[in-house]
Design a protein around this ligand. Structure first.
Ligand SMILES: Cc1cc2nc3c(=O)[nH]c(=O)nc-3n(C[C@H](O)[C@H](O)[C@H](O)COP(=O)(O)OP(=O)(O)OC[C@H]3O[C@@H](n4cnc5c(N)ncnc54)[C@H](O)[C@@H]3O)c2cc1C
Length: 246
């Protein structure tokens, strides 16, 4: 049986009419950057819970989640209407294997590939010292439909200023600004733009973390396998780790 902890909204960010972040104050469990927590609301007498990645650093207080509205979904809409001071429930433990601890020591370059809200766990990872101690180059490719959906851009720009080995590649499929790659992250891999923009070559010393929708994870994994990389399993170390949101 899950034990639920009461949390309160202390900050709410509306990025677009469909993309939101909530900062939650609670007596929270420890987590490792990249893990997720379960968040719940009581709706019509039923506790509805879903997993959400922790966006903030494990060293910061509370939790931050970043999510988009799913029109037919039971939880994301009520979550999006919560205001500062409102209460919600969070699980008493965090889970997930999309963490640096799971990556083999042989990896030299870290490729973080996200679609939409899948950038969340990577923001947490980018706020850990381990990222900068372990890897030569760190690449964040962030795919969205429209430029305003590139939430947390200011935070990412600041991280780029602090770490010269961080390469940020926004990929925007509709009306991309000049600074972004115009197309999907999978296209950017196929036409060589990911490597060109990162000034880094993909090889067996690369480790890829993929987070977001099923199609991106499937297509990236297929393309990377064709480049000689393989899925990472605890019992059989490889180069591709992933977390599927839907
Ligand atoms: C390990 C894990 C971590 C997750 N972390 C996040 C996160 O940090 N941020 C986040 O936004 N979502 C995240 N999700 C998805 C999240 O748990 C919910 O499914 C989502 O917010 C929709 O909830 P819902 O109750 O409104 O609809 P659900 O009943 O959960 O889903 C309804 C339908 O929408 C699809 N769907 C689910 N999520 C999305 C989405 N983001 N965009 C479009 N369609 C979707 C489902 O496949 C389903 O068909 C995560 C999922 C998993 C498995």
């Amino acid at each position: 049986m899950a034990t639920w902890l009461e949390g309160h909204i202390v900050e709410r960010t509306v990025w677009t009419d469909t993309h939101f972040s909530l900062r939650i104050a609670c007596a929270r469990p420890d987590f490792i950057a990249g893990q997720f927590i379960r968040v719940a609301l009581d709706i019509d007498g039923e506790r509805i819970a879903r997993p959400y990645s922790c966006v903030n650093s494990p060293a910061a207080d509370g939790f931050e989640i970043f999510f988009n509205l799913v029109p037919s979904g039971p939880l994301s809409r009520p979550l999006s209407t919560l205001q500062i001071g409102d209460t919600l429930w969070v699980s008493d433990r965090c889970n997930g294997l999309l963490t640096l601890q799971e990556i083999p020591d042989t990896a030299r370059d870290l490729w973080l590939i996200a679609t939409g809200t899948g950038v969340g766990p990577f923001l947490s990872i980018l706020h850990t010292a381990e990222t900068w101690q372990r890897f030569d180059q760190v690449i964040l490719a962030y795919g969205v439909r429209e430029a305003p959906q590139l939430a947390y851009s200011a935070m990412i720009d600041q991280l780029c200023q602090n770490h010269s080995n961080l390469h940020f590649i926004p990929c925007v499929t509709q009306q991309a600004p000049d600074s972004a790659y115009a197309g999907r992250v999978t296209q950017a891999l196929a036409d060589g733009q990911l490597e060109a923009r990162a000034a880094t070559t993909i090889g067996t010393d690369s480790h890829f973390m993929l987070c977001g929708n099923t199609a991106m994870i499937r297509d990236m994994t297929t393309a990377l396998k064709q480049r000689g990389l393989k899925k990472h399993l605890r019992r059989e170390p490889g180069h591709i780790s992933s977390e599927k949101y839907h």
